[in-house]
Design a protein around this ligand. Structure first.
Ligand code: NAP
Length: 216
């Protein structure tokens, strides 16, 4: 995020806040996870591939009996997802779409086998989604945005660890997306997160927090 807490600007083009060194660190974290989740808003706006880029990290995953790429996960209420987006068309690992009951069947028909569509209740239950991912062997899930998804995970107390990378500029536009929106967060001045690591990545700062929250 920018120093003033934005994760994008308001222009139609994707704003890259990270440096090549930080993208490489992100690739390393991705490689250590079983699955990666972004919200449908990020699939629509950024059209990310969500793959592990480094060949050596891919090879190491294979040597450990895993797929070179992570299982991709997204969540949508509206079902507004383009089957041609790179979420669906890149990588060989499973793609999972959790959606609300009313539109699940229609969405499965529209995606036509490009992803498994899972009816996650009405409204979508995030704890049930995480339980289902656990049953599928996902132990470590990386959540990579955007702001709506961060807000939901943080307010629901479903986060163990937060990697916050601060880019050395400000966006200053209230219409741009923020790292989190408004909400009632379990992490309060009385129950703060624990700052576990501060690392300089060139001109960026990585702050790694253990979240704790209501679960301590
Ligand atoms: N700087 C970074 O590291 C970074 C990383 C990722 C994204 N971003 C930025 O973040 C922005 C996108 O953020 P965003 O908040 O618009 O989108 P988002 O968080 O990616 O996704 C929000 C969407 O997720 C679905 N969703 C959220 N809660 C749900 C629930 N309880 N039940 C069912 N579906 C639910 C909804 O999809 P439907 O609308 O389909 O119902 C909702 O619109 C973009 O500007 C992107 O560039 C930045």
């Amino acid at each position: 995020m920018s120093v003033d807490g934005y994760i994008d600007d308001a222009s139609p083009e994707r704003l890259r806040l990270s440096s090549p060194a930080d993208f490489d660190r992100v690739d390393d974290v991705r490689a250590s996870c079983d699955a990666i989740l972004v919200g449908a808003g990020t699939v629509r706006r950024d059209d990310p591939k969500l793959l592990v880029k480094s060949e050596s990290r891919r090879a190491k995953r294979v040597a450990r009996g895993r797929s070179p790429d992570l299982t991709k996960v997204t969540v949508t209420w509206s079902g507004d997802l383009d089957p041609e987006s790179r979420f669906f068309t890149t990588g060989d690992a499973p793609k999972l779409v959790y959606t609300a009951s009313p539109g699940a069947q229609e969405l499965a028909g529209r995606l036509d086998g490009r992803a498994e569509v899972i009816d996650a209740g009405d409204p979508v239950s995030f704890p049930a989604m995480l339980d289902d991912l656990g049953v599928r062997g996902v132990r470590r899930l990386m959540v990579e945005g955007g702001g709506g998804i961060h807000t939901y995970f943080m307010t629901a107390g479903l986060v163990d660890e937060l990697h916050l990378v601060v880019a050395p500029f400000l966006i200053g536009d209230p219409s741009a997306p923020r790292f989190v929106g408004s909400g009632v967060f379990p992490q309060t001045p009385k129950r703060p997160m624990r700052l576990e690591e501060i690392t300089r990545i060139g001109n960026l700062a990585l702050l790694r927090y253990l979240v704790g929250g209501e679960r301590g």
